[in-house]
Design a protein around this ligand. Structure first.
Ligand code: SAM
Length: 238
């Protein structure tokens, strides 16, 4: 790149990124106090991920988790027979994930990396995103979806968990901003909410929908994570 000259796609993406807050500067402090009452700080897997496995919708193989945070789903996948690569941009989250894995003597490939540095090539049986895509800027989504599609083996599965609109009072976004509004407002307001129609629109060209439903709410005593403001979905690469 020469100065601020836009010559190629990457220059354009970087210019658009620069209009928003730094992702790393937000997430590192977010994870620095482990005692904060953040539901996904508990080491429990998504209830839907447990359901996919226990019902035979997915089977152990090679998995990639995108935006894995402190590793709760990656750890669950490893405990259930997967070989797991997991990435997150936050070093603080990855250090925490590695500590958890070490305590359990689990060999998981946790890497502090942006999802946009990945270029997997038909390697994975499962790619899982729990709450990462809804924090990605819309102009990055094309590259993101292409990376996931390319990273999956033929017939591989993509699991996506993301915000639904209308839950502003209990921790989710209130409204589904459209993508243009993100640039008008210069903010994603804490994460984008997706309607069912929008999720299907974004994924249906390249993936077959296996299941799309709201996450089941789990109580505090449960071994599983479940909050009422998330969509859960499982897709198969076409
Ligand atoms: C809501 S948290 C979810 C964490 C984890 N999946 C869980 O559910 O416990 C979203 C995560 O996405 C990560 N993230 C956001 N943008 C990213 C990027 N470009 N590359 C890698 N990770 C990213 C953040 O650092 C954060 O840990």
């Amino acid at each position: 790149m020469m100065g601020k000259t836009i010559k190629n796609q990457d220059d354009l993406l970087m210019m658009l990124d620069s209009q928003f807050r730094s992702v790393k500067e937000f997430w590192d402090p977010f994870y620095s106090d482990r005692q904060r009452p953040v539901p996904f700080f508990h080491n429990k897997p998504d209830e839907n991920l447990n359901h996919y496995l226990s019902s035979g919708m997915i089977n152990p193989g090679r998995a990639l988790e995108l935006g894995c945070g402190p590793g709760r789903n990656a750890i669950f996948l490893k405990l259930n027979g997967f070989e797991v690569d997991a990435v997150d941009l936050s070093e603080v989250a990855i250090d925490w994930a590695k500590e958890r894995a070490n305590e359990l003597l689990l060999d998981i490939n946790f890497q502090c990396q942006s999802v946009f540095e990945l270029s997997p090539d038909h390697e994975y049986d499962l790619i899982y995103d729990s709450g990462c895509m809804h924090h990605l800027l819309p102009h990055r989504r094309i590259q993101y979806m292409e990376m996931i599609h390319n990273g999956l083996k033929s017939g591989g599965h993509f699991g996506l968990t993301c915000f639904a609109p209308g839950f502003g009072d209990i921790g989710g976004p209130q409204f589904d901003m459209n993508d243009w509004e993100v640039y008008e407002e210069k903010s994603m307001k804490g994460g984008l909410a997706f309607t069912e129609e929008k999720i299907r629109y974004l994924l249906s060209d390249h993936f077959e929908c296996i299941e799309l439903r709201m996450m089941e709410t789990m109580d505090q005593e449960s071994d599983l994570f479940g909050v009422p403001f998330l969509w859960t979905s499982l897709w198969r690469k076409k």
